[in-house]
Design a protein around this ligand. Structure first.
Ligand code: G3P
Ligand code: CA
Length: 272
């Protein structure tokens, strides 16, 4: 590796502090802010009645006590579900493995992107937000349209420059990022990669995209590619980095952001 340790990377809480609290809930994002995370990552999907909610999977089965596809459910249906109990103790005699307070129903209700934007606005310090569009192609632009509409309401859709923006949009879909860039050219976009596309092996990114989002597997197996991305002038945001040796690798490579389920542990490892 040729990159000397350059700077401390930003620590991004993946789905909130999702090792400790149920992913994509207010409980997880509040914890991440308390833990000192620089930024929060969330996935967004459209409900049947057009709301953007923070849910990773196509269906709610894994992370709630309900069943069905997010796209087939209305916000009111989702609001009736509990997105926290799956993360409490597994049996009747087991203790919850995070601080579950059933009286705080909002903490484990379905989280809308709007509510997450409010949380960030009220954080009392700068907390950035990395929003990932999930399966945007089937919605023919509606995910991006709704996202930009919401960002506009919060005054976040037209930063003076990408570097100053507290919000960025991430996707595995270059088409989704292209839509965002066309409508909001100063909003930073992150192209997520699970493998190195032969088309982009030289370190280029899709048109209009400034930030590369390789997986930690790519960083482990192709560190020279990460260096190439940096040399090409791109920021590099790596996901999902949970192991201490991977945090070390990321700092050696000079990556700009570490996306992790364990923000407190990573901040501690970085001496922050
Ligand atoms: O931050 C990017 C990462 O979240 C992409 O993978 O499946 O966790 O959304 P996934
Ligand atoms: Ca994600």
């Amino acid at each position: 590796m040729t990159h000397a340790r350059q700077h401390t990377p930003q620590v991004v809480a993946h789905r909130g502090a999702s090792e400790d609290a149920p992913e994509h809930t207010l409980a997880a994002y509040r914890k991440a802010i308390e833990d000192g995370a620089d930024a929060l990552e969330c996935d967004v999907r459209l409900t049947a009645d057009g709301h953007l909610v923070c849910v990773h999977d196509r269906r709610v089965n894994r992370t709630s006590n309900g069943r069905g596809a997010v796209s087939a459910l209305e916000l009111a249906d989702l609001a009736a579900l509990d997105f926290g109990s799956w993360k409490t103790g597994r049996g009747p005699d087991e203790e919850p493995d995070w601080e579950h307070r059933p009286e705080d129903r909002e903490a484990t209700s379905v989280l809308t992107l709007e509510r997450l934007l409010e949380l960030v606005a009220d954080a009392g310090r700068r907390v950035e937000l990395a929003v990932e569009t999930k399966h945007p192609t089937r919605w023919a632009g509606q995910v991006e349209e709704r996202l930009l509409h919401l960002l506009k309401r919060f005054g976040l859709d037209a930063p003076a420059s990408p570097a100053e923006s507290p919000v960025r949009v991430m996707s595995f879909s270059a088409r989704s990022l292209h839509r965002v860039h066309a409508a909001a050219p100063t909003l930073p976009t992150v192209y997520l990669m699970q493998f190195v596309s032969p088309r982009l092996r030289d370190g280029r990114l899709p048109a209009g995209v400034g930030i590369a989002g390789p997986s930690i597997r790519i960083a482990r197996s192709h560190p020279a590619y990460v260096e190439r991305l940096k040399r090409a002038g791109h920021q590099v945001h790596v996901w999902t980095v949970n192991e201490p040796e991977d945090v070390d690798l990321c700092t050696e490579l000079g990556v700009d952001a570490i996306i992790t389920n364990r923000p407190r542990a990573v901040l501690h490892q970085l001496g922050r």
